[in-house]
Design a protein. Structure first.
Length: 460
């Protein structure tokens, strides 16, 4: 990979000074951090000259000063832990505030372990070291920075033959009076024939800028199953660089679903490696961006062995001057015969000022495969709008209904009904341009009843 260095002067200089003052002694205990930081010094931050970043300009994010979270910054936890209750769902919970876990390490009667990754390293060093850093493929300077500066995050371990009784929710919140730069690291390990549902939420409690550099490694052993639901709803000044890696062994089943509603800049690198026969991954996402927001989704699915299946389904709605990048990549190795892989990415442009870049890509070295990809960019169907107007629905509500129907394809993949309804309500509010549900909006009623009126009509 070609490394092109560019000096984002303010923040890069700040990071160098910070490492010398705060991390030199710390890195003597953890020499791998010093190695990672030297790699960052060599690379710098990714620039638009790199293919994977050519449509994303980081200058407005990086030409600034931040409070860089240090090992002794436990005072950042003085803020009360953030809680987000979903009516009808009981959960196990890990709350992470400003980069530190509020949840002490817990071990349940069935030997499930969850809580602070920092504590897990101290109490279960062999279990953590077996997986930590094993699946995160180095991509750019952000990878090096996370390896250097991460301090805490979430750890989850589900033993063999155990199904976690309740969903587990990781709440990652930002709430400080200064601009924060923080690095969060999460490690989730599923044993053989185990099952769990994971809710992973990014939220901000104020309007101060933050830059979050997050890496999550998820290991799925043979015959394990995971439903993973990601929600991003942060303020318009905050940027998230989110990298998540799923490593799947034989016959494992992954259902990964991401909903992004707000954020100044959201960069999601989602990597799935199917490294065991008969494994399956379904990765989907819906995003609604407006104003000057930007979302950059990169999905990389690697079929390393034969007889595996994967599906990607992403849908986006853009208004005002919002921008999105979707890069969907499917790699099929030469030994990955009988692969079935599909990819679809569709967008609706509400404004002619919004920008979309789509880059579907297939790299196939096997000859007995069924692979396809497709991308489309369009506007709402005028015939569908006319049909709804003729039945007494005003234009604004008709547009909102059609747009909701467009993204609901992704919501339908959410298996937990109360969670699906909660996400649906948030999307309805987002489409209505309100923080709360607008009492005058047709979507304040049951969406099922309204959609039954449109039975048989092609909406998109």
């Amino acid at each position: 990979m070609e490394i092109v260095k560019q000096d984002y002067s303010k923040f890069e200089r700040q990071l160098k000074i910070f490492f010398e003052e705060k991390y030199q002694d710390f890195s003597l205990k953890f020499p791998e951090r010093a190695v990672a930081f030297q790699q960052f010094i060599t690379e710098g931050f990714p620039t638009r000259q790199l293919e994977s970043w050519r449509n994303t300009d980081l200058a407005h994010i990086l030409n600034d000063n931040y409070h860089i979270v240090a090992p002794n910054d436990r005072n950042l936890l003085s803020t009360a832990a953030f809680h987000c209750n979903v009516q009808g769902i009981n959960v196990h919970e890990i709350s992470i505030t400003n980069g530190f876990s509020n949840q002490k390490l817990i071990k349940l009667d069935n030997d499930v372990i969850y809580g602070s990754l920092q504590e897990a390293i101290l109490q279960y060093p062999d279990l953590v070291s077996k997986h930590f850093g094993k699946y995160n493929k180095h991509l750019d300077g952000f990878s090096s920075l996370n390896d250097t500066f991460w301090l805490d995050g979430a750890f989850v371990y589900v033993p063999d033959n155990i199904s976690l009784d309740l969903p587990l929710q990781i709440l990652n919140a930002y709430n400080w009076d200064e601009q924060l730069f923080l690095s969060v690291r999460n490690l989730i390990v599923l044993g053989k024939n185990s099952k769990m549902t994971l809710l992973h939420c990014d939220d901000s409690l104020n309007h101060h800028r933050a830059l979050s550099n997050s890496v999550s490694e998820i290991y799925m052993d043979e015959y394990s199953e995971m439903d993973y639901y990601k929600l991003q709803n942060i303020n318009n000044k905050t940027a998230i660089v989110n990298r998540i890696i799923f490593y799947q062994e034989q016959a494992s089943r992954l259902n990964a679903n991401q909903v992004s509603l707000n954020g100044g800049l959201l960069r999601n690198d989602i990597h799935v490696k199917l490294d065991g026969k008969m494994s399956d991954a379904d990765v989907s996402g819906a995003y609604l961006m407006d104003k000057n927001q930007m979302i950059d989704n990169h999905v990389h699915v690697h079929h390393a062995v034969s007889d595996c299946t994967s599906n990607q389904e992403f849908r986006g709605v853009l208004d005002d001057y919002a921008a999105t990048v979707f890069n969907g990549y499917i790699l099929v190795d030469k030994d990955a015969q009988k692969t079935a892989a599909q990819q679809s990415c569709r967008h609706i442009l509400v404004s002619d000022k919004a920008k979309i870049e789509t880059q579907p890509f297939l790299e196939i070295y096997a000859d007995d495969v069924k692979c396809s990809h497709g991308a489309s960019v369009g506007q709402l169907d005028n015939e569908a709008l006319f049909y709804m107007r003729s039945r007494g629905i005003d234009e604004q509500n008709a547009r909102t209904l059609l747009t909701y129907a467009f993204v609901s394809v992704v919501l339908d993949k959410i298996k937990i009904k109360p969670l699906r309804e909660r996400y649906a309500d948030m999307i309805k509010q987002r489409l209505s341009g309100n923080l709360g549900i607008c009492g005058q909006c047709v979507l304040d009623c049951s969406i099922k009843e309204k959609m039954e009126q449109l039975d048989g009509l092609k909406l998109f």
